[in-house]
Ligand binder design. Structure first.
Ligand code: AMP
Length: 363
């Protein structure tokens, strides 16, 4: 099968690695000359909305997917008229706009932080009076890894905040004093079959994911799956989707969805019976989905900004090394390390050992 992927970063690279067993051939559309997925396929170096490049991608593909959210949903809708193209354009349109995303949660009775739509400083002043401080101001589109966000703690932070974030459409969210953050990664096939991986506990640093640990028998697993299934069914979704939540006591509050394979699902490459990348491909191509069971205690650590000494990491038992082949730059995700163990205690020991070796530079 021939798969066209919009985007050629590490997610595309790992999709292609998962496709090797299916003899899948990949073509990546990415404007960067150093797109790191290109080692595994053909690279069309052009903008996401370059008509001639999209024609080339169509000609080279039996099915099309995307590995990031900067592409417009109109492009995906256009491609879907000519080839199976998943996830659906509507899911992308919803996830690209924080207000649409939160409106979807509300319409499906999924709890979420207090939120208001902000189109002016006057809207912001009114929302702060309503929601209170602290609160988090976020751009409605194109935000990621904590970028395009500002935490408002006191009245002085509010004064020019609309202009400070660029006079663009925003949302204001109540600041949630959460116990911790979790995500679930789920996959839905073309026939509507859905599978969900174990809930993952995530630790962020400076808004970027640092560590993901899949949990077995987490008390909120069923609740998270229920919310995920509501969204997947409503969007008639096909492919992998990630759902991020804040945990407060017994409650899950929805933060955001990502209509693609997700960083908090990288542990599945070695830690689950079927990885998120393989199941995404299976879904997009209409193949039966694989089991999402966890195989062993495991965790994933992101490598950001600088690679640690590889041989020292590999000397820690149970580690798996993923270098994306990207030039190191502060704040850039350039790899990840999966740590596998035979018990939770052993996992913690190994994680501590690897953490000490990390030289992450968050910028
Ligand atoms: P986001 O890009 O919305 O996922 O935000 C990135 C990170 O910022 C989240 O994973 C949280 O750690 C933090 N964050 C975002 N929104 C809130 C909020 N409403 N309350 C507290 N922390 C937040």
């Amino acid at each position: 099968m021939r798969i066209g992927v919009i985007g050629g970063g590490q997610l595309g690279r790992m999709l292609a690695e998962a496709g090797a067993g299916f003899d899948a051939r990949f073509t990546f559309l990415d404007p960067s000359e150093s797109a790191c997925a290109a080692v595994h396929g053909r690279h069309i170096q052009a903008d996401w909305n370059d008509t001639a490049a999209l024609e080339q991608l169509l000609a080279a593909s039996d099915a099309i997917t995307f590995e990031f959210e900067n592409v417009s949903s109109d492009v995906v809708a256009m491609l879907a008229e000519q080839r199976p193209a998943y996830p659906p354009a509507r899911a992308l349109a919803t996830a690209r706009d924080r207000w649409s995303e939160k409106s979807l949660f509300r319409s499906l009775d999924i709890p979420l932080p207090p939120v208001a739509k902000i189109d002016s400083q006057a809207d912001l002043d009114a929302a702060v009076a309503d929601i209170g401080l602290p609160a988090v101001l976020k751009t409605r589109t194109l935000g990621y890894d904590g970028k395009g966000q500002k935490v408002l703690r006191q009245a002085g932070d509010v004064t020019d905040a609309f202009a400070e974030l660029g006079n663009v459409p925003l949302v204001l969210e109540g600041f949630i004093d959460f116990d911790h953050e979790v995500s679930v990664v789920a996959v839905r096939g073309r026939d509507g079959e859905t599978r969900v991986w174990p809930l993952v506990r995530n630790e962020h640093r400076q808004g970027m994911l640092h560590c993901s640990v899949p949990q077995i028998d987490h008390p909120l697993q069923a609740q998270a799956e229920d919310y995920a299934n509501r969204v997947l069914a409503e969007l008639d979704y096909v492919g992998v989707m990630a759902f991020e939540f804040f945990v407060q006591g017994e409650t899950l509050l929805a933060n955001e969805i990502a209509p693609r394979v997700h960083n908090s699902g990288h542990w599945t490459i070695e830690g689950a019976e079927t990885s998120q990348f393989e199941n995404h491909l299976r879904a997009v191509c209409g193949l039966p989905l694989g089991s999402t069971a966890r195989l062993a205690p495991c965790a994933m650590l992101n490598v950001i900004g600088a690679l640690p000494e590889r041989d020292a990491v590999l000397a820690v038992p149970g580690t798996r090394w993923h270098d994306y082949g990207k030039a190191p730059r502060p704040g850039r995700k350039i790899g990840h390390i999966t740590v596998l163990a035979s018990s939770d205690a052993q996992l913690q020991e190994r994680l501590n050992a690897v953490e000490q070796l990390l030289t992450n530079d968050l910028g």
